[in-house]
Design a protein around this ligand. Structure first.
Ligand SMILES: Cc1ncc(COP(=O)(O)O)c(C=O)c1O
Length: 487
């Protein structure tokens, strides 16, 4: 258990308080605007938190992607970057890091996670084919469907329940996987994809035991197994702390064991590695060759793949730091701290509390908002008005419409409050819980949204909406009644 030692510090008072084993040496000033101003700002942003300027955001909980705090070793490594188009030392350092980390021989660089998905989709998904995954991610599905494929999900039923005590809600239901493979036909399955730390269902992990079973199944059937390791750090934390067989294994042993179950591993370096980039690693030469030529075509030459060398250096250090238990625990223990505060205030959140962030259950928070008025989007706008807090809609708005133009209602309506690593303080988390607690008490005031400009693909990124009726004005008035300073 030596990896865990830094987090074994207990408080004499018995409190469970996350204790940081790092200190902040560089900070960024942030501003909390007045509530009336916040209402104007969110409307100018089309009630879409993606369109908010950062200067108007107090606590940016949109994502952890590319915004985790970097370590001093990462900044130092950036100074060593070797800037050349071809054959830079920086590339070889990154390649060696990824090879050592996953134990695979081959590596291809790409500018971020979705770029890896683009390459995988082009290389492996033929029109009419199917990719089976525990749960889809927005950009993954976007790329697969763009080339004419479809996505099936094989998580267990529990995964879509927002209240649960299942420690591994990201697990595959093996019987369902087998049924989907049988119905689709092995030859029509492009690959099976495992997503670590399943993003869209609340940052829920998949167990080592389950991955072993999925891998054995895929090998028996001759199916390629692809691992999206973007959220590996959080998932690793949960394996290490929740799965008995992992208690005595080092993080390095666990990563190598997970990798040994896969054929191809890709990742967003904005998440794994706490920098900005991505890459695909593989064990078979034929997979390397199948994807290799797509890198210079879409990303950049093979020794930078669209990334800046400084980011590549930082990413290499960040990937190695994933083997430090203190580093990987930072998001989950802060999510736990925030989640417990929210639960105390009756705010409905996805349980068990997962990685990535706290996921507020808009379905239970605002059941009076019909799904075609985007309850999660509306709640995200209301949360910004209430506290200058920027979360992310993860519900029906994040879905694509069906080919006939009808809405595809998401099985879960969530607002994700991401907790990037080492960025926030506990007092800021208390502020979030306080403001959400207030909003929950005034939840009847939150109304729906309607599109005024709806992009055809990935509409949640750039779509613009307006409130249905005057609920935002009434929300501001109630806020000023209770918090006369308007802050
Ligand atoms: C599980 C997962 N896969 C892929 C991606 C895409 O990565 P990127 O944002 O670097 O394109 C993300 C990003 O959030 C993710 O969470």
């Amino acid at each position: 258990m030596s990896d865990l030692q830094n987090n074994n510090v207990v408080f004499f008072s018995g409190e469970t308080t996350p204790l940081e084993m790092h200190k902040a040496r560089m900070v960024q000033r942030i501003y909390l605007r007045d509530v009336e101003k916040r209402r104007e700002i969110i409307n100018a942003a089309g009630n879409n938190t993606f369109l908010l300027p950062n200067r108007d955001v107090f606590l940016d909980m949109l994502t952890d992607s590319g915004v985790n705090a970097m370590s001093e070793a990462q900044y130092a490594a950036m100074m060593l970057a070797d800037d050349s188009y071809a054959g830079s030392e920086t590339y070889y350092r990154l390649e060696k890091t990824v090879q050592d980390f996953f134990g695979f021989k081959y590596f291809l660089p790409a500018h971020q996670g979705r770029a890896c998905e683009n390459i995988l989709a082009i290389a492996y998904v033929k029109p009419g084919q199917t990719v089976i995954t525990n749960y889809h991610f927005t950009t993954t599905k976007g790329h697969i469907t763009r080339v004419g494929g479809q996505v099936l999900e094989a998580v267990g039923e529990e995964a879509l329940k927002t209240v649960s005590d299942n420690p591994f809600k990201g697990n595959f239901d093996l019987a369902l996987l087998d049924q989907q493979v049988t119905e689709t036909g092995v030859d029509n399955v492009s690959f099976v994809r495992i997503e670590a730390g399943t993003n869209l269902i609340g940052g829920q992990p998949i167990s080592l035991a389950n991955m072993r079973e999925v891998s054995a199944y895929c090998r028996k059937k001759g199916l390629k197994l692809v691992y999206d390791a973007s959220l590996l750090a959080d998932n690793l934390y949960f394996i290490k702390t929740r799965e008995k067989e992992a208690f005595d294994k080092s993080l390095k042993e666990l990563v190598l064991e997970i990798a040994s179950l896969m054929d191809i591993i890709y990742f967003s370096g904005r998440k794994l590695g706490c920098a900005r980039g991505g890459g695909i690693s593989m064990t078979h030469e034929e997979d390397y060759l199948r994807m290799r030529d797509l890198v210079p075509m879409f990303e950049g030459f093979l020794t930078y793949g669209g990334m800046s060398v400084r980011e590549m250096e930082a990413m290499a250090v960040g990937i190695r730091e994933t083997l430090d238990f203190h580093v990987i625990s930072q998001t989950p223990i802060f999510v736990e701290a925030l989640g417990q505060e929210l639960i105390k205030k009756n705010v409905p959140v996805v349980t068990p509390l997962g990685g990535l962030g706290c996921h507020v259950d808009a379905g239970r928070f605002a059941p009076h908002i019909p799904q075609d008025q985007y309850p999660s989007g509306a709640l995200a706008a209301a949360i910004y008005i209430t506290g200058g807090i920027r979360g992310m809609e993860r519900g029906t708005l994040s879905e694509q419409r069906a080919p006939d133009g009808s809405e595809r209602f998401s099985p879960m309506e969530l607002v994700r409050l991401a907790v990037p690593k080492r960025v926030f303080t506990l007092s800021q988390m208390k502020f979030v819980a306080d403001r959400l607690g207030w909003l929950y008490e005034n939840r009847d005031l939150v109304g729906g949204l309607v599109f005024v400009d709806e992009p055809k693909t990935l509409r949640f990124f750039l779509g613009r909406l307006k409130p249905v009726g005057d609920w935002q004005e009434r929300l501001v008035a109630a806020f000023k009644r209770d918090m006369p300073s308007g802050l």
